[in-house]
Write a protein that binds this ligand. Structure first.
Ligand code: GRF
Length: 231
């Protein structure tokens, strides 16, 4: 019954296409071990998000996270930053690579690059980052060292939209920990990581489920239906 087979095939194909069209496409950028990328990939699969990670891209060939992404069947690629003479040249090449996947969201997960304004503008409203401090405190590098030197009693991590000003975009979520007298950069980093792995996937999920509204510098999260934001 070739005609019937053909019709089934046609219907099946349409279903697959519709399903994919409803899925938000995520590109994740990493520079190193990629544990946040892993936590996002894990949550997306376990919680069956309406999203798929369409690529993991690194600026370094030795980024350990690439191997993990490949093991999940996620396409990976590398745009080697040190091969470019200028930031503009690198960002243009990176943008070309990212845009091959037409992403709805670009997730910076330990992507250790300062981005140019045109690049950031190109992904305005659809690029997010995780920064290991309670922004607006301690922007830039060595955030745990900065926190220890400032003598703060509470430290944390922030997920935010990326804007042209480094580590300053609208804040989506934060998690805080107490700083103890005997804390070191290493102990703070280790304690914060488990919080990162909770709040980053959750923020990405909010984005792909359309639960985020940005007004000026403030992000409203519509968690009325499902999430307990106190976690
Ligand atoms: C994390 O601490 C993140 O906050 C910072 O860089 C680190 C990346 O870790 N931006 P990983 O590569 O996700 O394991």
């Amino acid at each position: 019954m070739p005609a019937l087979k053909g019709r089934h095939f046609y219907l099946g194909l349409r279903l697959v296409q519709r399903y994919n069209a409803a899925m938000k496409k995520i590109v994740i950028l990493i520079s190193g071990r990629g544990s946040n990328m892993q936590s996002i990939a894990h949550a997306a699969k376990e919680q069956q998000w309406p999203a798929q990670i369409v690529a993991v891209i690194s600026n370094r060939t030795d980024a350990a996270g690439l191997e993990y992404a490949a093991s999940l069947g996620i396409p990976t690629s590398v745009v080697v930053s040190k091969n470019f003479a200028t930031r503009d040249a690198f960002d243009s090449a990176l943008q070309l690579e990212i845009d091959r996947y037409s992403p709805d969201l670009v997730v910076l997960a330990g992507f250790m690059r300062i981005l140019t304004a045109p690049f950031v503008q190109h992904y305005a409203g659809k690029m997010i980052n995780i920064h290991p401090s309670l922004l607006p405190s301690f922007t830039g590098l060595a955030t745990h060292k900065q926190a220890l030197e400032a003598g703060v009693k509470v430290h944390g991590v922030t997920v935010h939209f990326v804007t042209a000003e480094l580590d300053h975009g609208p804040i989506i979520d934060q998690a805080a920990i107490r700083v103890f007298d005997n804390d070191t950069e290493e102990s703070l980093s280790a304690r914060l990581l488990s919080h990162e792995h909770l709040i980053y996937p959750r923020a990405v999920r909010w984005f792909v489920e359309g639960k985020l509204t940005v007004k000026g510098n403030c992000v409203h999260v519509d968690v009325s239906s499902t999430d307990n934001i106190e976690n």
